[in-house]
Design a binder for this molecule. Structure first.
Ligand code: RAT
Ligand code: ZN
Length: 407
């Protein structure tokens, strides 16, 4: 294969290979108000709210009192009209509009009109967005402690044909307020490990998750004589092992450092990697999907993944999800791990986010693959189109699916 052919071939494969998005906050239309799409939802994404509250004179308390469309008006005015939309999240809005063939009107109402013409049939709209981004499956974040969400768990939405798949998010177990929970008309007390295990078993039965998940700040230490360790080692890890479910641990989000900003108020902290090292070493029969929020942790995590095959690093998370860090982290991971990791997840909260988050990632992946495969060609390696296809399939879906299946 020559250089010119290589470029076209990579481009075609990166853009046409089907993606499994392993961590999002999206829900299907059957979840009614939790299904988010359209320009007002796009503009009131918490990434943009953090940006708008930095620059506007409106205080957080006043902002939250506004109705959603007024909040969106405010974001539009401050971040798109009074200033150029340069940040990753704000250029993302323009990418979405481009891909949906909506002109970049400065008048937000005109954009609203265009959206109202295309979002009428929700099921069809989901399909349209998934087709644009080339996504086949979306893993939701299913939180049993969120009453607005768990009331839908009884719906028969977990049908095999749905694009939406489940994961069981367990942060609420570590919250001291949650000493009991009502789920599916059953009351569970959570005051000892046995009862927590019963509760988890019911959740698993109900939603059939692909994995269990939890996020910790650097306050999580392992081992330690505390409630987190007790819950982890006496309930979550044994159950994950028994059911052959990976545990996704998202490390380094420091929650609510400015609570006035609500969901937009979380920060970042560096995590002590030795805690993760010990955990993965003590629980070799458990599988861990790991993503870390601090840039400083990325190299250590990649090295740790070389030592422990029960670690699957995934995604370039949240504040890191911009071209500079995606490029740096993906290059580093590839140099140290080949393609044996999961390079990205979208973390989308609004359906159309899938378009820009995956679109931006593909641009970077394209150039990284070109570099790597060019090197192989220069070295005389016999590289075929199907080799490249296989590698990209691994990155986009197969590494995840094989990790789920691994015993
Ligand atoms: O990226 C986000 O939207 C964050 O608010 C978090 O939800 C994070 O991704 C998480 O899953 O905790
Ligand atoms: Zn998330």
């Amino acid at each position: 294969m020559n250089q010119l052919k290589l470029k076209d071939c990579i481009n075609k494969i990166v853009n046409n290979t089907i993606i499994h998005d392993i961590h999002t906050h999206l829900f299907p239309p059957s979840f009614e108000d939790l299904f988010l799409c359209g320009i007002d939802e796009i503009l009131t994404y918490h990434y943009l709210i953090a940006e708008v509250l930095r620059v506007s004179n409106v205080k957080p308390k006043e902002f939250w009192k506004l109705e959603k469309h007024k909040q969106a008006d405010h974001v539009w005015q401050e971040l798109f009209i009074k200033r150029s939309p340069l940040s990753e999240a704000s250029t993302g809005v323009l990418i979405i509009l481009n891909k949906l063939n909506i002109p970049l009107y400065k008048d937000l109402n005109k954009i609203r009109e265009k959206f109202s013409l295309i979002t009428g049939n929700k099921e069809e709209y989901v399909k349209r967005i998934l087709d644009i981004a080339n996504i086949q499956n979306i893993v939701m974040t299913n939180d049993p402690f969120n009453d607005a969400e768990n009331k839908y768990w009884n719906n028969l939405f977990f049908d095999k044909n749905s694009y939406f798949q489940t994961s069981l998010r367990l942060d609420g177990l570590f919250n001291h307020k949650n000493t009991a929970i009502k789920l599916n008309n059953k009351l569970f007390s959570l005051d000892n490990s046995e009862k927590i295990t019963d509760f988890l078993l019911d959740c698993i039965e109900l939603i059939n998750p692909l994995y269990l998940a939890v996020s910790f700040s650097n306050e999580f230490k392992y081992p330690a004589d505390d409630k987190i360790n007790q819950i982890l080692t006496e309930t979550i890890l044994p159950l994950a092992k028994e059911k052959n479910l990976p545990l996704s641990i998202m490390l380094g989000a420091k929650r609510s450092i400015n609570s006035e900003l609500r969901l937009a108020g979380d920060g970042v902290c560096t995590f002590g990697i030795n805690n993760l090292e010990k955990l993965c070493s003590d629980y070799k029969d458990n599988k861990f999907l790991i993503t870390m929020l601090s840039r400083e942790n990325q190299y250590e995590l990649t090295v740790l993944a070389r030592k422990f095959s029960n670690i699957m690093p995934f995604g370039v998370w949240w504040f890191l999800n911009n071209p500079l860090f995606i490029s740096e982290i993906t290059r580093m991971r590839t140099s140290l791990l080949g393609f044996s990791y999961i390079p990205q997840h979208s973390d989308s909260r609004v359906l159309e986010h899938l378009i820009y988050k995956w679109g931006n990632f593909k641009i970077i992946l394209n150039s990284i693959l070109l570099e790597h495969y060019t090197k192989l060609l220069e070295l005389g390696w016999d590289l075929t189109e199907s080799d490249i296809k296989r590698d990209v399939v691994n990155l986009y879906s197969a590494n995840f699916l094989e990790f789920l299946d691994r015993k």
